[in-house]
Design a protein around this ligand. Sequence first.
Ligand code: FAD
Length: 289
Amino acid sequence: MIPANFTYHKASSVKEAIAKAEELGEEAKFMSGGHSLLPMMKLRFATPEHIIDISKIDGLSYIKEEGDVLKIGALTTQTEMEYSELMREKYPIFSDAIKLTADPSVRNVGTLGGNIAHGDAANDQPALMFAMRATIIAEGIDGTKEIPIDEFFHGFYMTALEPTDVLVEIQVPKAKKGSGGAYHKVERKVGDYATAGVAVYLELDDAGVCQEIGIGLTNVSAVPMRVDRAEDLLRGQKITEDLIEQAGVIASEDCEPGSDLRGSEAYKRSLVNTITKRMLNKALERANH
Ligand code: FAD
């Protein structure tokens, strides 16, 4: 299928993009890599009258640590994250997820900002954002907004972004001694969206007690989700095998998968249980390294 007719606009700055979106109204959509938007348009699930291409705006592609946070520019591609030395060394949870996202040709253009702004529970990167307690930075008509990830996803393909908001940066806490994270998804074949995926990020103190933990799930609910109950169980504890078993069961109970071509509800719950336990063990191993 080919998309319905649309008018193409190109913005060379965030300010220009916001002004264009305000002028064109709700029938306009921003485009970064286009690798989620264009497939939706080809299937006629999305029929925007105007596309505002923001992919060539300078200064929105970077990965850097500043103060207590890791900052990732919204236009940073998945390939740039995959090959970032900083991420490989200090944030392997990103490498885990990017390697399992689509295929290299998609990753060359797909951006982190687009992956999150799309609001799709099947995308891999939102689960990482829950695990790492990300803050989403957006620029809009009224200036800069800082949106905690727990307030970002509003529903099926719906986010806290207004039609005139440009997501410009993602911030996560800087890796410290004793922190570690891991992500894995089960997919039917290489390049497929997740049947189920789990991200875990935790911080241990010198005595090995879990000070903070995040657990995010992929494609087992209408919106990307966090497993609060399992986090609450593990926070403040020395994480034992027994607690890991309990956390896996809780994650499998609290996710909300539907049966579809990727598997039955029961199969997906069982996957969430198993992957949660494995990712907890892997994150612990990395935190103790
Ligand atoms: P776009 O397609 O440009 O935009 C997506 C949405 O976000 C649009 O609504 C757009 O208006 C909005 N948007 C984009 N950027 C911004 C911004 N800066 N501010 C405000 N709004 C913005 N993803 C996975 O996670 N896992 C997979 O396994 C996977 N498999 C794929 C397989 C194929 C064959 C394809 C084509 C894609 C796959 N994807 C997968 C999606 C891919 O990762 C996308 O590139 C990514 O999700 C979206 O990034 P983008 O830059 O292409 O966004």
